[in-house]
Design a protein around this ligand. Structure first.
Ligand SMILES: CC(C)(COP(=O)(O)OP(=O)(O)OC[C@H]1O[C@@H](n2cnc3c(N)ncnc32)[C@H](O)[C@@H]1OP(=O)(O)O)[C@@H](O)C(=O)NCCC(=O)NCCS
Length: 261
């Protein structure tokens, strides 16, 4: 079954989550001092401490703006104040809504690349998203050997034989892997299992071929690759996959003006 994903810019005009399996918001991590000040007011004490702990000012600012945007998006969908969104962190670092405290079942995932943030939401189950700036990758064969499973490596080799550029073609695969690891919640710890072909039950993944970029990032002329993964039903264990388990399907994307790849 293909994955239905809508991709929109934040803030949007109120796209309902029920329209598809997942909804992905794009937003900019650039901000003025005044916007940073406002963002910090919606963060929890632990989040403000994390912001203050970064030695690099750009990274600190991106974190605060990104987390405030995530809170604003979740708050809108839960109909609560962004500062009151009950977030906690799972064992491997995945931020999640505190069950029993959040007013509705909602899963989310966050990814960044430069000044771009993606927040994926789903009411169906664990969701994961990843985004990478399109670029050349040094020693991509060695990296692919380390992070892709044999079926993915064959697909990648075919794409390159068919004339695709190696770096961007590798990044398309890598985004799918990271989206999947984020949906599971294991992060990079799950890479060995992935390379051995393990996939969670109900696992689906798709490329976001059309990503509506925030206006200031369109002007920068950068291109991105992105993917979304969804795992339903919850609580089932990993099972080995055949080569056809990971579906790369065109998302239902709207409104979509700026292309990524
Ligand atoms: C989460 C992970 C999978 C991706 O991190 P990343 O690519 O560095 O950064 P991204 O911007 O894509 O994602 C970061 C976000 O993922 C989320 N995240 C962190 N740990 C997570 C986990 N275990 N599961 C799901 N999501 C997680 C957080 O929301 C985080 O954003 P925040 O810190 O602002 O809250 C991380 O486990 C990791 O270690 N990545 C290593 C990447 C790597 O080795 N690349 C080389 C191969 S080419």
């Amino acid at each position: 079954m293909s994955l239905r994903v809508a991709a929109v810019r934040w803030p949007d005009d109120g796209v309902p989550l029920s329209d598809g399996d997942a909804l992905v918001y794009t937003s900019s991590l650039r901000a003025s001092e005044a916007e940073l000040h406002l963002a910090l007011r919606t963060l929890s004490e632990a989040e403000r401490e994390r912001h203050a702990s970064y030695a690099n000012g750009v990274v600190a600012r991106r974190y605060a703006i990104g987390r405030a945007t995530t809170r604003a998006i979740l708050g809108r969908h839960l109909s609560i104040d962004p500062a009151a969104v009950p977030l906690r962190q799972e064992r491997y670092g995945k931020p999640v809504l505190a069950r029993g405290v959040a007013p509705a079942a909602l899963w989310f995932s966050v990814a960044h690349s430069d000044d771009l943030q993606l927040v994926a939401l789903s009411a169906a189950g664990d969701v994961g998203v990843d985004v990478e700036r399109s670029r050349a990758i040094a020693h991509w064969e060695r990296v692919a050997e380390r992070v892709l499973d044999p079926a993915e490596r064959r697909q990648l080799a075919r794409a390159i034989e068919a004339g695709q550029e190696a770096g961007p073609a590798f990044l398309r695969h890598w985004c799918r892997v990271e989206a999947e690891l984020k949906a599971i919640g294991c992060g990079i710890q799950g890479l060995d299992a992935h390379r051995e072909g393990a996939r969670p039950a109900g696992h689906r993944v798709c490329d976001l071929t059309e990503l509506p970029l925030p206006t200031e990032l369109v002007a920068a002329g950068r291109r991105y690759h992105a993917a979304v993964a969804l795992c339903t039903p919850r609580g089932e264990s990993l099972r080995p996959s055949g080569s056809a388990t990971a579906h790369a399907t065109a998302p239902v994307a709207r409104p979509a003006t700026a292309s990524t790849a």
